[in-house]
Design a binder for this molecule. Structure first.
Ligand SMILES: O=C(O)c1cc(C(=O)O)c2c(n1)C(=O)C(=O)c1cc(C(=O)O)[nH]c1-2
Ligand SMILES: [Ca+2]
Length: 670
């Protein structure tokens, strides 16, 4: 019965027809390459809107929609699932898992969700507060729910899309900025019963190791760092792909917790399996091999970016590879049967390593680990973040957004272990645990965002398109020789896959961070994108004045639907007139950094993202700041309640910083 779709076999079979978009990365290999050709280089200029759908959310939208049997399953912020009829754009049902809004601060990077998995008539969503929920695809009713969090005293979250491999629904967590131990868990897709859990980093060495892979990993950590108290990190918050023939699944693991390598593991060491690609048996969770991309991670260099499986001809020989462009700025080609390193080449300028030796080991740059102020290139936002990569076997090119977001880092010498909270330490008063300080001195590197077409065989760039800002959306490649990408400055664009020539573009209601998908219904090919500005950069920064709530836009050839009215960002006037004591500004700065910075940005300097910049809000808000920080009205929208975390005097100092900064940046009046 069609209701019990898709299956593992139907996802494989769909690779040839491309009629559906049945799994997160289109196929098990995660290629995001559709064989559909109705929309091509020759006619893409005739794309027009077929319908739009209001996701009813104002925060970041990161979902890749799943399309099966004429129904789109897509998530909005707060892990809310929507089922939409793809011919009409009308809602079939929506499911709100009711994430407690006051827990938003436990997520480092906005209240986002990257989408659902659909398998045999069930829809699976991971919720921001760490639950895995199975929903009936037809009715939208909850079937079962599992708590994936093993320790509720730690701020574990879920932002990633579950995947179903070998009848198991598999999900990891986020939380490595705060201090958690990474793992992934598999549940029986039908019943929800837990099948296995694989940890990415070892636990307390005085206790038995869970398996041989943990015993091996523990040798690469220094117990003097008591990493098990801070969790160690290595969260699996995004990519998982699957090779049914090899019966191997591949995951990317996250950064160390804390970020600072020397605090985590004072004598050094690689700290396995942080920042690695790991191959596991999907039926049992058994570790098979790993390749570590950033040994001894020190910069939040997560390796969770989209993995893609491909068969390449290298030196005349066919090789089964996994390709990867993680935060650390290198494009990797790894043998996916054995884990053997094949090649790595930087796709942006980097200053943390001189490159990789023949064994796949990076050659260190000592200054990058000195703990002295360092303009980390790439910085913690990554040379490529979670924004999806695609790979076209037709052009032999991988397409992904590369970027630089400058940040100057140094060691935080006052860090004392999990829970260290100090004014000046980024977001430490709501639980961030970095052991790294952000310096106020301006980094020397320059921000950029570009779409790269990368040849994995030659390990070189084929073409690029320079965007106006970093933080652009993920990509889709099609056999119509097209690459689609949404942009930070609120466009959906189509490029010639061979040359990068811009062939079509449409304005979007907001900056776009998610990836487009394509599918065919009743002989017509559609292209859909879920647009909603946000994510870690988009909470406090923007590159577009469009500020429309989350929307799915669906295009087809000669589509004639009208674009919904776009909402404009209300810039507001630079704050003035709030009374403050200038002597408070310095302490207020440190308090702002440890409580407000990553959500609200620098007052009067940043323009606000999906959250307001406090240098441009109405004076009333800052004059009455205590009413907003102490169990104020915005807790229902996700703002933390600072009761018990800040004193009334602290709030006065933060006010001084906000108004003082606005005054400092105000251009002189004539
Ligand atoms: O270490 C982690 O557990 C973790 C989790 C997440 C997340 O779950 O969204 C992000 C990050 N790290 C991260 O480093 C990062 O740059 C990031 C960006 C985003 C986003 O959605 O825009 N999430 C995350
Ligand atoms: Ca991280």
């Amino acid at each position: 019965a069609p209701a019990a779709m898709p299956t593992e076999a139907s996802i494989t079979a769909n690779q040839a027809t491309g009629k559906e978009w049945p799994s997160h990365g289109f196929d098990h290999a995660g290629t995001r390459f559709s064989p559909l050709t109705q929309i091509s280089r020759d006619n893409v200029a005739k794309l027009g809107l077929a319908w739009s759908y209001d996701l009813e959310s104002t925060r970041g939208v990161e979902a890749t929609p799943i399309v099966v049997n004429g129904v789109m399953y897509v998530t909005a912020s707060w892990s809310v699932v929507h089922a939409v009829d793809v011919k009409t754009g009308k809602r079939l049902w929506s499911f709100d898992p009711k994430v407690p809004r006051e827990q938003a601060f436990m997520a480092c990077c906005d209240v986002v969700n990257r989408g659902v998995a659909v398998h045999e008539g069930k829809v699976y969503v991971g919720t921001l507060d760490g639950r895995l929920v199975a929903i009936d695809a037809a009715s939208g009713k909850r079937l079962w729910e599992q708590d994936t969090v093993e320790d509720r005293s730690r701020p574990y979250t879920i932002t990633g899309a579950p995947r179903v491999f070998r009848g198991n629904v598999i999900i990891g967590n986020g939380g490595a900025e705060f201090g958690v131990r990474g793992y992934i868990t598999a549940y029986d897709a039908a019943t929800g019963k837990e099948k296995w859990r694989w940890y990415t980093v070892p636990g307390d060495p005085s206790k038995p190791f869970e398996d041989a892979s943990m015993e091996a990993a523990a040798k690469t950590w220094d117990p003097a760092g008591k990493w098990w108290e801070t969790g160690g990190g290595g969260t699996v918050w995004n990519s998982m792909v699957f090779d049914p023939e090899l019966n191997l699944m591949y995951i990317g693991t996250g950064n160390g917790s804390p970020w600072n390598h020397r605090l985590r593991s004072p004598a050094g060491g690689d700290n396995l399996y942080l920042a690695s690609i790991v191959a596991l048996r999907p039926d049992t969770g058994e570790y098979v091999w790993h390749y570590q991309e950033t040994p001894g991670d020190n910069w939040d260099y997560t390796s969770v970016q989209d993995l893609i499986l491909a068969d390449l001809t290298l030196d005349g020989k066919p090789r089964k590879v996994v390709m990867h462009a993680p935060k650390n700025g290198f494009f990797f080609v790894i043998d996916r049967v054995t884990g053997e390193f094949i090649s790595a080449k930087n796709f942006v300028d980097v200053n943390w390593t001189k490159g990789y030796d023949a064994n796949g080991r990076p050659i260190d740059v000592p200054e990058a680990r000195s703990g002295q102020p360092y303009d980390a290139i790439p910085g913690p936002f990554g040379a490529h973040n979670w924004h999806s990569m695609s790979y076209s076997p037709q052009t032999g090119l991988a397409y992904f957004p590369a970027q630089n977001i400058p940040l100057n880092l140094s060691a935080d010498t006052s860090w004392k272990g999990y829970g260290t909270n100090k004014p000046g330490q980024p977001m430490s008063n709501i639980g961030w645990n970095l052991g790294t300080a952000l310096n106020v001195e301006a980094p020397t590197s320059k921000p950029f965002g570009r779409l790269l077409a990368w040849d994995p065989v030659k390990q070189q760039e084929r073409w690029r398109y320079e965007h106006v800002a970093p933080w652009n959306g993920g990509t889709l490649a099609t056999a119509g020789k097209l690459v689609f990408q949404g942009t930070a400055d609120a466009r959906l664009m189509a490029f010639d896959a061979d040359t990068g020539k811009v062939l079509w573009q449409s304005p979007m209601g907001t900056g776009v961070i998610a990836a487009p998908v394509t599918y065919e219904v009743d002989g017509e090919q559609y292209v859909s994108i879920a647009a909603g500005w946000g994510g870690v950069f988009g909470q406090s920064q923007r590159a577009s004045e469009n500020n429309t709530p989350g929307t799915v836009y669906t295009f087809k050839l000669n589509g004639k639907a009208a674009m919904p009215a776009f909402t404009q960002h209300q810039a507001g006037n630079l704050l003035s007139g709030v009374k403050y004591d200038p002597a408070h500004v310095e302490e207020g700065t440190a308090l702002y950094v440890s409580n407000c910075l990553f959500c609200h940005g620098v007052p009067g300097v940043d323009k606000g993202g999906n959250l307001p910049n406090l240098g441009y809000v109405d004076r009333m808000f800052i004059e009455n700041l205590d009413r907003f920080v102490f169990n104020g009205p915005f807790t229902s929208l996700g703002m933390p309640d600072f009761t018990g975390r800040l004193s009334a005097e602290d709030v006065e100092k933060i006010k001084a910083f906000i108004q003082g900064t606005a005054d400092a940046v105000r251009p002189p009046q004539p």
